[in-house]
Design a protein around this ligand. Sequence first.
Ligand code: SAM
Length: 413
Amino acid sequence: MDQSSIASAGQALDPDAVIQSTLQDRAFQEFLTLFLQKDVKTWSTEREKALLYGLAASRASDGVIVELGSYCGGSASFFAKGLDSRAGSGRVVCVDPLLGAPPWLCLPAGMFTLDVLRRNLGSLGLEHRIDLKVGDSYSVGAAWPAEPIDILLIDGDHSFEGAMRDLECWAPKIRDGGILLFDDIDNIHEMRVLDEIMKQMSTLARIGTVDGIGVYQVRGGQWALLDELRGLLDLRGIHRPWSFDAVHATPVASPYRHTRYWTDPTFDIGYDLGYLAVAQKGDYGIFGTPAAELKQLIMSIQTDRGGGDLHVGASPAGYGTGFRLIGCDPHDAPQMVRLLLPGGLVLCASETPMATEEAERLCEVMRKAGLDGVGQGGGAKPLFWGVAGISALPATRLVEALMAVRRPASPVA
Ligand SMILES: C[S@@+](CC[C@H](N)C(=O)[O-])C[C@H]1O[C@@H](n2cnc3c(N)ncnc32)[C@H](O)[C@@H]1O
């Protein structure tokens, strides 16, 4: 545990005092003015922004803040700036699929916020504080290393099932004395039901609400919180079609990002997407002559994630369905769709830059070929991706597949 965490573990939490002193802080006011000039889309109120900034500065200056649901980076900016004000080593982990609203999220089409989020954080000078994990909360949760969280903000999937799943998956990862912030706890009926349950917990002290955000403090270790939460959910007959036992098992070394054969950071996002792809088992393919970095990336994912063999060839002729991840030249992406398992991913990149119109045309061709969540990452060698048949996956199958991400436990050194 770092020094700020030790200091705050026994410290009483007073959100109003945090907000008042933050609102009087000149550095906060200057940042707020800059933020408003940038026109970043967010729903958070001024008091909520002050709360995030103040808590980050006072409770996590050298710690870990996790945000489930980052959208355009609005709330993450206030966490990040609060950390910056103390110049410690703290970081904000932003977890969001940002993939142009894949069907299972039930968001309006076209909510593709990856580029917007990056641009916003860059223009506010905060990228160095952000660790972006492009994926849905439970798959990233399944690959979370044994690192206690200082502050957790749940603001992702707002359905009852989604919010409950985030609570069960992530709350036990908060360290004793750490803080849970639950957005919209007071203004959405389903969330209020969860709030009623949390109010009964002795391992989670309900401190109050700040506009839409519920503020809680963890009082007890991982297992005590999990046991109490599960007991209360079972008592109410709330059935959950998932098991997070593997996710909360005794500390395990996650194979996530163990190898790094690629070096270009603009390809990092491809690793997250490939590692967290929903298809649980299946082969890996490299077809044609994609960018060298992409080949290295696919090899890293196959080494870390496993579950299938690597096939390399000039073309996919002769292969049938059975791949969870394929790397290829951009214009060959449509040919790969028939080879992918439901939830499998195609990544493509060429050695040469591509004009914007050509890139947009390519995305359109990939969509027409039946790929979901089509998107692209920036950089001199643009990376494109698309997911096969996500809409065909029933929710329970999806959760089962995500749970399989974690390999058998091995002790942390
Ligand atoms: C209300 S917005 C977040 C707003 C942001 N925290 C802010 O205040 O600026 C909700 C976000 O949650 C994301 N989301 C939905 N389901 C998710 C899931 N299962 N895991 C992670 N993020 C999810 C959506 O893509 C969307 O960007």
